[in-house]
Design a protein around this ligand. Structure first.
Ligand SMILES: Cc1cc2nc3c(=O)[nH]c(=O)nc-3n(C[C@H](O)[C@H](O)[C@H](O)COP(=O)(O)OP(=O)(O)OC[C@H]3O[C@@H](n4cnc5c(N)ncnc54)[C@H](O)[C@@H]3O)c2cc1C
Length: 447
């Protein structure tokens, strides 16, 4: 299992009373809070101090203070997904961008916008909808998930089938590094990327390189209507074949989700597997695409959901993904053509598993309530999960543990091996955060 690459330098003893006192002394009472409940919980600590800068300048000053005091910092947005990743090896302070939540610029005519990191995606997309535009991302998570958090975790959802991931929409970024230095990369216009694209580096770096403070995006026009076609089959073969045919055709589903039997988000109770195809476009184009998809899957039982029914299905589907009952959550990535083989492995190792897949992208999410793995003893449980990961890796893929009980995460690294890129990632961490101040140990290879 990967351990943090190095212990942070100069880990001088830090008292939380002094941390709180210094923050309040310098920035005011309201800029630092102590939480003892679930807010901004990182692991199983009793309490945590959270600083709330309200501008990029204040964020920079807080990080300067942290550097001078040797505080290890957890960058955060709204703090909804701080348990993701390895438990940081040390931390003294959470710095949350939640109150840096303004839309700084929005030019509907240019289809671009610049926002502060703490602006929730849902809030921005409600504003953009007034101009029939949106940032076409629908990552799973809470309504208050911030755009900075979504960029830092490279989060995406079913819409990635047509619209890709955060990397495809971010055109500029402004970050504050561990010393408090403010750096800009990219710009506010779409054609602006010269040399190495730092936006891509910060996307998905889980707050280990810098705190993202502002971001510029390109936007898309909101489709005028939508429909969803759901087809059913007894096993994965027919539906995986249909996905392959759709991928090779002129069809352009916005989402293409393969769903295991008895899924809690399905509009009908069924013991069959389902393939849900979401089409978003002009009504005539959608109808043509649905007819074509029905022709390709002619032998399958199917249903069509229109307008509000379709939207409700996807809202319920999203809610099902983050349901509180999931004590285990895994994400497996393989090549789309290996999806069927990976599902076979999943059934062989965990016959009762609930899973959903971004089928056209080869991403399977496995979810389970407590008790799912009870039939396996502790060591056996981790061994089976390791075997599942091994199957993914043997196909050039990977398996990340998004959530699991402590007995599993104590035995298995949540990220798994990243192979040859480990050295490069460590070198980047060393360059961007040489003292290991930001999120130490949280990310892959103990970075
Ligand atoms: C129950 C649940 C399930 C989820 N499942 C998925 C899933 O299946 N797939 C998926 O793609 N996403 C998933 N997400 C993530 C979600 O889509 C958002 O990306 C996430 O919740 C971001 O919200 P936040 O603002 O609260 O970030 P936080 O929880 O505050 O932070 C998340 C991570 O990003 C870092 N971070 C946050 N803001 C910054 C910043 N400004 N600068 C640098 N680093 C920062 C933090 O250090 C932390 O590592 C899930 C979230 C939840 C709550």
């Amino acid at each position: 299992m990967n351990r943090p690459q190095t212990e942070p330098h100069n880990p001088r003893s830090v008292s939380s009373d002094r941390t709180l006192f210094r923050l309040r002394e310098m920035f005011g009472e309201d800029r630092a809070q102590v939480y003892t409940d679930h807010h901004f919980r990182i692991a199983n600590e009793d309490s945590r101090i959270v600083a709330f800068p309200q501008s990029i300048e204040e964020l920079s000053e807080i990080l300067q203070l942290a550097a001078s005091e040797c505080w290890r910092v957890i960058p955060a947005g709204a703090g909804t997904w701080l348990e993701m990743g390895n438990r940081p090896s040390q931390f003294h302070l959470v710095v949350a961008t939640e109150k840096m939540n303004r839309v700084l610029e929005y030019e509907p005519a240019d289809l671009t916008a610049t926002v502060q990191a703490g602006c929730p995606l849902a809030t921005f997309n409600r504003l953009a909808a007034e101009h029939r535009q949106f940032i076409p991302l629908d990552p799973f998570g809470e309504e208050n998930s911030t755009i900075g958090g979504i960029i830092s975790t490279a989060s995406s959802g079913p819409l990635r089938c047509a619209y890709g991931t955060p990397r495809d929409w971010l055109i500029g970024v402004c970050v504050v590094d561990a010393t408090g230095k403010i750096t800009r990369a990219g710009g506010k216009v779409v054609k602006n990327v010269a040399g190495y694209d730092l936006c891509k580096l910060y996307t998905g770096s889980y707050g280990t390189l810098a705190v993202v403070a502002e971001m510029s995006f390109k936007l898309r026009a909101l489709p005028s209507s939508e429909k969803t076609l759901i087809s059913f089959a007894d096993g994965p073969t027919a539906l995986c074949n249909l996905v392959a045919e759709i991928t090779d055709s002129d069809l352009q589903p916005a989402s293409c989700e393969l769903i295991s039997p008895n899924d809690i988000g399905m509009p009908v109770k069924t013991r069959q597997l389902a393939l849900a195809l979401r089409f978003m476009n002009e009504p005539q184009t959608i109808d043509w695409q649905i007819q074509e998809a029905l022709r390709l899957g002619v032998n399958l039982k199917s249903m069509v959901l229109s307008g509000e029914e379709s939207k409700t299905f996807w809202d319920d589907y999203r809610a099902g993904e983050i349901a509180a009952q999931w004590d285990y959550s895994l994400r497996i990535n393989v090549l789309p053509q290996d999806l069927k083989l990976m599902i076979d492995d999943l059934y062989r190792l965990f016959p009762q598993a609930n899973w959903r897949a971004h089928a056209a992208n080869g991403v399977i999410r496995v979810h389970a309530a407590a008790g799912w793995l009870d039939e396996f003893k502790n060591r056996e449980r981790a061994r089976k999960l390791a075997e599942l990961r091994q199957q993914a890796q043997s196909r050039g893929g990977q398996m990340v543990i998004l959530r699991a009980t402590a007995d599993v995460t104590e035995q298995l690294d949540v990220w798994g091996e990243v192979g040859a890129t480990t050295g490069l990632m460590r070198a980047l961490k060393e360059k961007f955060d040489p003292n290991g101040q930001l999120n130490p140990g949280r990310f892959v290879a103990g970075i």
